[in-house]
Design a protein around this ligand. Structure first.
Ligand code: PLP
Length: 348
């Protein structure tokens, strides 16, 4: 049997389990644009319940969820305050500008963790010269900052003070269940103050497709209209929502293993000459590490790893990223370390 691929490019690569495929096969369906798909309805109710909210909405992708929320919560010509490395700014195809007509006002924060002190100088209220701030956005965990997690006091403080300033706050919680595991707090504790929350079913939770928005009834009713504008009104989507339901119920249980594997990788990486990583910064399932000391560009390392069945992408010439997830076990992590050692010419 050929050695299986160890795919550490992202937690989006997870495939539906046999049980998940059976649930998809057996799903009861209806036309969800008519709100008649019982499985989609169940997923939306269950997501709302898990997050302690009035309502939920199933969306095609995290991008659709984030951009829908931005559209609902802002007006054309406003600014959105967000961290410089955030997903809505870097990986959503300039959609906040193209669709909502808003300008991102980015702030660099250590480890991707904004604080109110960093945000406050960038707020623009009614002013004859400057665009007004319309929204603050927080990403937890922060993907490009290495899966870092907001301390609860800091995210609560941001939302409280933004609200005091009359501003809504959207949470890009693509990996909020990873944050929940890292902090040992419920997703309700982590998210209850935010005006809207997006989270992904399709990453570490293991569904093949889909994300959720949760919030007030009023917010979700507006979001439903925007989703339709974006072409996200799906019909017998219950076949997908069935996988989403299983991801929501079962997925969070395996995240502690992913985090332990990420720590294991981080520790192993410190022992490879030419590689730099601070393992104390690896608190969820994402690792970035500096490979410049190896004398090889990250892309070259990536190519050589792939030739031996280990997949990890370079994010710039000096940096490689690895993401742990339910389709990579400890043995896979061990193999990734061993192949990497060999690729960079370290003695094994
Ligand atoms: C993956 C991700 C999203 C959504 O991505 P899609 O590919 O559109 O589902 C949003 N925010 C963050 C932080 C992500 O990592």
């Amino acid at each position: 049997m050929p050695t299986p691929i160890v795919d550490l490019r992202s937690d989006t690569v997870t495939r539906p389990s046999p049980a998940m495929r059976r649930a998809m096969h057996d799903a009861e369906v209806g036309d969800d644009v008519y709100r008649e798909d019982p499985t989609v309805n169940r997923l939306q109710e269950r997501a709302a319940e898990v997050f302690g909210r009035e309502a939920g909405l199933y969306v095609v992708s995290g991008t659709m969820g984030n951009q829908t929320a931005i559209k609902v919560l802002t007006r054309h010509g406003q600014e959105v305050i967000c961290e410089e490395r955030c997903h809505i700014y870097n990986f959503e195809m300039a959609m906040m500008t193209a669709f909502s007509g808003v300008l991102p006002r980015t702030i660099r924060a250590e480890d991707g963790i904004l604080t109110w002190d960093l945000i406050a100088p960038h707020l623009r209220t009614r002013n004859d010269h400057r665009a007004r701030t319309g929204l603050v956005e927080v990403e937890n965990t922060s993907n490009l900052a290495g899966g870092s997690v907001y301390p609860l006091e800091i995210s609560n403080d941001i939302v409280d003070r933004a609200h005091a300033a009359g501003l809504p706050v959207h949470l890009d919680g693509a990996r909020i269940f990873n944050a929940s595991v890292a902090l040992g707090r419920s997703v309700v504790d982590l998210t209850k103050k935010f005006d809207s929350v997006m989270f992904c079913l399709s990453k570490g939770l293991g569904a093949p497709v889909g994300s959720m928005l949760v919030g007030s009834k009023e917010f979700i009713e507006e979001a439903r209209i925007i989703r339709k504008m974006l072409g996200g009104g799906m019909r017998q989507a219950g076949v997908l929502a069935a996988a989403g339901l299983m991801a929501l119920e079962e997925g969070p249980k395996s995240l502690p293993i992913d985090h332990a594997n990420a720590k294991f990788l981080a520790q192993g990486l410190t022992e490879i000459p030419g590689i730099k990583i601070d393992p104390s910064k690896v608190v969820s399932n994402i690792l970035f590490f500096d490979v410049s000391g190896t004398g090889l560009a990250s892309y070259e390392i990536s190519k050589r790893l792939a030739a031996q069945g280990v997949l990890a992408n370079g994010t710039n010439p000096q940096t490689l990223r690895m993401v742990t997830h339910l389709d990579v076990d400890r043995a896979g992590c061990e193999r990734a370390l061993q192949v990497l050692r060999q690729v960079v010419g370290a003695p094994s």
